[in-house]
Write a protein that binds this ligand. Structure first.
Ligand code: FAD
Ligand code: NAD
Ligand code: NAD
Length: 515
């Protein structure tokens, strides 16, 4: 049952390989069933295992791969063109050290048919298998071929799938060949071949994925295929505009352009035509962009299609399986990660589409499946890197439609994602919070600049800083802009729930003026 990346690659974009190939080798009864083998599912397994050492856990994953992390797929994997280990799906972290996309190697898992008999328990993954329906009352999950799995506790960790735009999904087959979305290993493997040869790629979307991937592909082009032009087309005025205050979004757009990305902001695709070996995108301002490949990065929708057939509730506003603060959808049935709309005791109903949330909510669900009965209290964080030099970390409600107050300081080379990974040797930045923060006393320097959301841009250099997002004058979200290892401080500020007269003073707690 060795994973064969090359075989998976051939069938990658069609149907994933099923391992085991027949459902008769998948147990008919398991104590713990995890539907979805992404980050939330894997994190739940770890939590279950830590509380119940001999637990028998079955993961069912529609993807043809063992559990892996997605963040490097829009970042690090593109910065290393000549790795001979591409087939093993490793990548070089910003500091050059090699790491696998997979959480654990093949031999960490036991085969599904051995799970039931193994006295020490363990975790098995049935790959390429999809759950069609759950009966929460009988506690049965039904696979696509009708195979039934009776569970004691079940987690829905089905994640999300990329959306497309009608203009592309309704286009003729010949055009669709040039269009793709981007979510997992098969998409990466395919695009990795394309970037070597193609002349032009357009990325549609100005959010996390579009912006990170545009920077990464552009850097890759400069290393390997200088003729490749990378366009990024989006309707907002600047990159990550839904998260960053306007002035910072515009500043960031400038930086992305300096990475070599041809940015077309404030634009939407109105029509698409096939012209020879290219597709031509007609934009609303009359412009035309012709490219070989189009990557659509216009957000995701949670995978909740089994809700209706299973009598489960989906949140009408956020989408996602509706769960309480303990992450329960129904008795013995939980949901975590991108697919769940949970009750956050502090900030109300939310659905979060980030790695650390998948880790934290997966862990909480796993603990509760063993009987912990804990509510969601620990806020998750997220991070984003636009290449090795610009990065940010955030916590709470970071919505650019809220008023913001930011304090900036001069940055040096060590204020970059590359420097922090070099120091910590960990590309998953949510892991760094557990490591200690040095809290030497600060002597605030007078060179800081404060900025509110309404102020004008000017020519400021936003090297590093703290951005506070306010609701009813309370700090509800914080972005640490090129500031790393300060998440514990941010978490404390959110927790304090105070009205501050002067956020400049609060910014000093983050030691951004220390040298
Ligand atoms: P997923 O990772 O989507 O996993 C769900 C799994 O369930 C999939 O394998 C799916 O096939 C399977 N599944 C679905 N339905 C069924 C079914 N019915 N039966 C069986 N299996 C099923 N977040 C950050 O915070 N920082 C980052 O830098 C970052 N970078 C990212 C880069 C990329 C390219 C992408 C795509 C995402 C990135 N994210 C990042 C977001 C983060 O990866 C997601 O929030 C996270 O993967 C969510 O985990 P999950 O387990 O909920 O869902
Ligand atoms: P996103 O929600 O961050 O951004 C969506 C983009 O698509 C926005 O620019 C939006 O304006 C645009 N858009 C939406 N509807 C549109 C329409 N009808 N026409 C034109 N444009 C439209 O989602 P994404 O960037 O596609 O990322 C995919 C998923 O992966 C998300 O869940 C995201 O959180 C996650 N992700 C996270 C990170 C990170 O946390 N660092 C990195 C990559 C991906
Ligand atoms: P603002 O950015 O001017 O101020 C935000 C809040 O922070 C205000 O309550 C201000 O008193 C407070 N504040 C400023 N400095 C502070 C400090 N050092 N310590 C503590 N608090 C401090 O935002 P605003 O006044 O709420 O909005 C001004 C205008 O900008 C509005 O018209 C608003 O709609 C618009 N706006 C637009 C967007 C957007 O389009 N994305 C975002 C925000 C604001």
């Amino acid at each position: 049952e060795k994973i064969d990346v090359k075989t998976s690659r051939k069938s990658a974009k069609s149907v994933p390989v099923k391992i085991p190939s027949t459902s008769s080798e998948i147990p008919a009864h398991v104590p713990y069933l995890l539907v979805g083998g992404g980050t939330a599912g894997f994190s739940a397994f770890r939590a279950i295992k830590s509380l119940d050492a001999k637990a028998k856990v079955l993961i069912l994953s529609e993807e043809g791969y063992l559990p892996y992390m997605r963040p490097p797929l829009s970042k690090e994997v593109w910065y290393d063109p000549d790795s001979e280990k591409k087939d093993e799906l490793t990548f070089k972290q910003w500091n050059g050290s090699e790491k696998s996309l997979f959480y654990e190697p093949e031999d960490f898992y036991i085969s599904p048919k051995e799970l039931d008999e193994n006295p020490n328990g363990g975790v098995a993954v049935a790959r390429g298998w999809r759950v069609e329906r759950i009966d929460p009352f009988k506690r049965i999950a039904y696979l696509e071929d009708g195979h039934e799995i009776k569970y004691e506790k079940c987690l829905l960790a089905t994640g999300a799938k990329p959306k497309s735009l009608n203009i592309f999904s309704k286009a003729p087959e010949a055009i669709q060949k040039h269009i793709t979305t981007f979510r997992g290993i098969p998409d990466y493997v395919e695009l990795n071949e394309i970037v070597k040869e193609t002349d032009s790629i357009a990325i549609i979307g100005g959010g996390f994925l579009g912006s990170e991937l545009a920077c990464a592909l552009s850097r890759r082009a400069s290393l390997e295929n200088p003729k490749l032009k990378v366009y990024q087309i989006f309707k907002e005025p600047g990159n990550m505009h839904k998260v960053l205050p306007e002035y910072l979004s515009l500043w960031t757009t400038n930086k992305v352009a300096k990475e070599g990305v041809h940015i077309i902001a404030g634009s939407e695709v109105q029509d698409v035509k096939l012209e020879g070996n290219e597709v031509s995108l007609m934009l609303n301002d009359g412009k035309k962009v012709s490219v070989n490949k189009v990557i659509v990065a216009v957000g995701v929708e949670p995978n909740t299609y089994l809700a209706e057939k299973s009598g489960l509730e989906v949140d009408p506003d956020c989408g996602g399986f509706l769960v309480n603060a303990e992450l329960e959808a129904r008795s013995h049935l939980y949901a975590a990660g991108d697919c769940s709309c949970f009750y956050d005791i502090k900030f109300g109903r939310r659905r979060v589409e980030h790695h650390d949330h998948a880790v934290i909510s997966g862990r909480l669900a796993g603990e509760n499946m063993v009987g912990a009965g804990k509510p969601y209290l620990h806020q998750s964080m997220f991070w984003s890197d636009l290449g090795p030099d610009i990065g940010f970390e955030a916590i709470g409600i970071v919505d650019s439609s809220l008023p913001t107050v930011a304090v900036f300081a001069k940055a040096s080379e060590k204020d970059s994602p590359k420097a922090i990974v070099a120091e910590s040797n960990d590309n998953i930045r949510s892991n760094l919070e557990a490591q200690n923060v040095s809290t030497t006393s600060s002597s605030p320097s007078p060179v800081n600049t404060q900025k509110t959301s309404a102020e004008n841009t000017g020519t400021d250099d936003y090297g590093k800083g703290i951005i506070f997002y306010l609701r009813d004058e309370l700090v509800v979200g914080i972005v640490l802009w090129n500031v790393f290892r300060r998440m514990t401080v941010a978490r404390q500020v959110l927790k304090d729930d105070r009205k501050y007269d002067d956020l400049n003073e609060v910014a000093k707690l983050f030691h951004i003026f220390d040298e």
